[in-house]
Design a protein around this ligand. Structure first.
Ligand code: 13P
Length: 271
């Protein structure tokens, strides 16, 4: 089988940081500092900052190659859901969406079933999606990490068409984010993340994904920084990073995307 050349992606999840007054300038600075043509860059600010980030990137020559993403979407397209934002509402504001982040599983009680509905709603609205999965520390310590993530992937994809990407190489991405590594400064080891990426592709293959899931990009997330990005990008099964805290720091993003660019160039040369 000829292995597809998967894209290299660096997505920044700003979480609940920045105001509309600050976000545009931060996005512009990051765009200028990360102008690396081989790397797909995505910035995911809070909903209220999407307009500012979109406009700042449109005004900045280096910003044209940076996509904007939402951190969540509702599972219904419209309705009586106070305080929620649906995928179709993001038209013109964002082209990507994160679903299933562990902070939403924890704080908003999102289940795999609900996350699956969000995923399908986002795809139906034409958004490129990043589905987050990852185990708790007790699962890793108890040797259950692969089993837990397999269950999450199956639960989120239940009923989903394996053609979820819709022919778009960026339509469907998975981010492996071990919960114990998020915001803790304690990142997973590259080899463990690679093992998990292999296991996730095994699950996708079992679910009937074309090419055994080999064309689905898998990112690592959890305390990614300039100091450890190389460990992940050195793994052929890892296609980039979903960056939290470091994505608010232009110096960090510059170094992270620069290292991802080396992998992108090596893949292009080998293709
Ligand atoms: P940190 O990079 O801050 O650990 O956050 C990771 C994350 O949750 C990205 O979605």
């Amino acid at each position: 089988m000829i292995r597809p050349m998967r894209p290299v992606i660096v997505a920044g999840n700003w979480k609940m940081h920045t105001t509309p007054a600050e976000a545009g300038e931060l996005a512009r600075t990051i765009a200028r500092r990360t102008n690396e043509p081989g790397v797909v860059r995505v910035l995911c600010p809070p909903f209220v900052c999407l307009t500012a980030v979109r406009d700042a990137l449109a005004d900045e020559p280096a910003g044209r190659g940076v996509a904007v993403g939402a951190q969540n979407v509702h599972h219904e397209p419209a309705g009586a859901y106070t305080g929620e934002i649906s995928a179709p509402m993001l038209a013109g504001l964002a082209t990507w969406a994160i679903v299933g982040h562990s902070e939403r599983r924890r704080d908003a009680g999102e289940t795999d079933e609900l996350i699956g509905r969000k995923l399908r709603a986002a795809r139906a609205a034409g958004l490129r999606t990043i589905l987050c999965v990852g185990e708790q520390l007790a699962d890793r310590d108890g040797d259950r990490a692969i089993e837990v993530v397999d269950r999450q992937v199956r639960g989120c994809l239940a009923g989903a068409n394996p053609g979820l990407a819709g022919g778009d190489p960026l339509g469907f991405t998975i981010a492996y984010e071990p919960v114990w590594a998020i915001g803790t400064g304690r990142n997973a080891r590259g080899a463990d993340a690679a093992e998990m990426a292999g296991a996730i592709r095994g699950t996708l293959a079992a679910l009937g994904f074309a090419g055994g899931g080999e064309d689905v990009p898998i990112l690592y997330g959890g305390s990614v920084a300039s100091s450890n990005i190389a460990e992940f990008m050195a793994e052929p099964s890892i296609d980039g990073a979903l960056v939290g805290g470091a994505s608010l720091k232009p110096d960090e993003m510059a170094a992270i995307v620069a290292r991802a660019g080396l992998t992108a160039a090596a893949r292009a040369a080998a293709a």
